[in-house]
Design a protein around this ligand. Structure first.
Ligand code: FAD
Length: 406
């Protein structure tokens, strides 16, 4: 029996264990996960790790010895299939039963699969786990052409890396612009242009009919209009499905993620949920219930739970932030742009350094900053204050954002 059992040894789970010890929690802690590795950072998987610029040891969240030093039991290689919230125990796929005092569910999500024929042939990859990327890297030598399905951040980052590695890359996006779910049109158009400039073929508004195979390996992608794009590798980046089935089956409220309150408690006794799998009312989304898929959210929710378990009840109210690296472009975003009714472009995208300021009812709700670290750092205060600022001044890059904050 562990006083605290954390299921899912990714960003949120690892940070919860770290934060509990930082806050002098002296009960027993186990950090259980289904991957065979100690906790590692996921963002490099579509960036430096895929590019082979960083070795695995350099993306560990903590050096391997850390966990034993802090008396945190690592239980890798176990996939939890059921939860008994009354008896306070979980069961792994091989039948192992583990009891807990408090359960922290931090399982992230599984990559959404294509529903079409050929979705599972050799050479079709998702990018979520180290093993996914190792498999891709092992195949790369024999690959000339790659089709990336999905123009979200992960797909675009992978496209940038593979182009730099000399592959012919095509990005297929079902919507009429990339990043449509997360960013405003000027940012989408900027990234589409950048990718094209680097030689990527970006195709918008296309449907995938099926994956063509030859000798049970990928040979091409057939589009809705019958055209077939020949390729030897397909990367699917179409989002995740939160890994919450065992909790929902145990009776937890939720659906798209497990529902948590302001301190990340689920509706089950002594059970918290954090990170990508936690559906919470976010203050920066007008308290609409959402899931955030970011390192920021994973870490900050982990801290909220560590505080709750060490006697400091504090609601989750952290400012959302996120980043993406493509080519030599560093995108940093702060706030949540959903529901915006106006976008102010600050600077000229042609200079490859600019920001988008998102407004809702005249107030700043988010910024997307491309190679514009100052705007990102200074814009945060505007988001926190929901500042009402004259768009003409926001649009003038000669006026530092910190001057507008007062
Ligand atoms: P995860 O880190 O996914 O950890 C969950 C762990 O639980 C996994 O190891 C999973 O295998 C395991 N698990 C699942 N189900 C079970 C079960 N039933 N039993 C046991 N174990 C289980 N965010 C940013 O902010 N910036 C970025 O640039 C960025 N880039 C990204 C690039 C990629 C390729 C990916 C995949 C994600 C990126 N993200 C980025 C998102 C960020 O990595 C996630 O938001 C973060 O990892 C969420 O942490 P988590 O702990 O909730 O989930």
């Amino acid at each position: 029996r562990y006083d605290v059992l954390i299921v899912g040894a990714g960003h949120a789970g690892a940070q919860a264990a770290i934060a509990l010890r930082q806050r002098m929690f002296d009960g027993s802690i186990a950090l259980l996960g289904d991957e065979p590795y100690p906790p590692y950072e996921r963002p490099p998987l579509s960036k430096d790790y895929l590019a082979r610029d960083k070795k695995f040891e350099r993306i560990l969240i903590r050096p391997e010895a850390f966990w034993a030093e802090r008396d945190i039991a690592l239980l890798p290689g176990r996939h939890i299939v059921s939860v008994d919230p009354i008896a306070h125990r979980v069961m792994a796929g091989d039948g192992e039963v583990i009891s807990y005092g408090t359960l922290i569910w931090a399982t992230g999500g599984s990559p959404r699969r294509l529903a079409c024929d050929g979705h599972d042939v050799r050479g079709v990859h998702s990018v979520r786990h180290r093993d996914d990327v190792d498999r891709m890297i092992a195949e790369l030598d024999g690959v000339a052409s790659v089709v990336v399905i999905g123009g979200g951040y992960i797909g675009l980052e992978a496209a940038a890396v593979l182009t730099k590695l000399g592959k012919r890359v095509t990005v297929l996006e079902a919507q009429d612009r990339v990043l449509s779910r997360v960013a405003g049109e000027p940012l989408s158009r900027f990234f589409e242009d950048e990718h094209r400039r680097h030689g990527v073929t970006v195709r918008l508004g296309v449907a995938v009919d099926r994956i063509e195979a030859s000798n049970s390996a990928v040979a091409g992608v057939r589009l809705g209009d019958g055209e077939t794009l020949a390729c030897e590798m397909v990367i699917v980046g179409i989002g995740i499905v939160p890994a919450v089935e065992p909790l929902l089956q145990a009776g937890a409220a939720g659906g798209n993620g497990v529902l948590v309150d302001a301190q990340c408690r689920t509706t089950l006794p002594d059970t918290f949920a954090i990170g990508d799998c936690a559906a919470h009312a976010n203050a920066f989304a007008d308290d609409v219930v959402i899931r955030l898929e970011s390192v920021q959210n994973a870490n900050d929710q982990a801290m909220v739970v560590a505080k709750a378990l060490t006697g400091l009840a504090e609601d989750y109210a952290a400012v959302p932030w996120f980043w993406s690296n493509q080519y030599d472009l560093k995108l940093q975003t702060v706030g949540l742009s959903m529901g915006h009714d106006r976008i102010v472009v600050r600077g000229d995208p042609a200079d490859r350094s600019f920001s988008l300021v998102y407004l809702r009812a005249g107030r700043v709700v988010a910024l997307d900053c491309v190679n514009a670290v100052k705007d990102y750092v200074q814009g945060r205060a505007l988001v926190v204050a929901r500042a009402a600022i004259d768009p003409a001044r926001l649009a003038d890059p000669a006026v530092p954002l910190k001057e507008l904050a007062v």
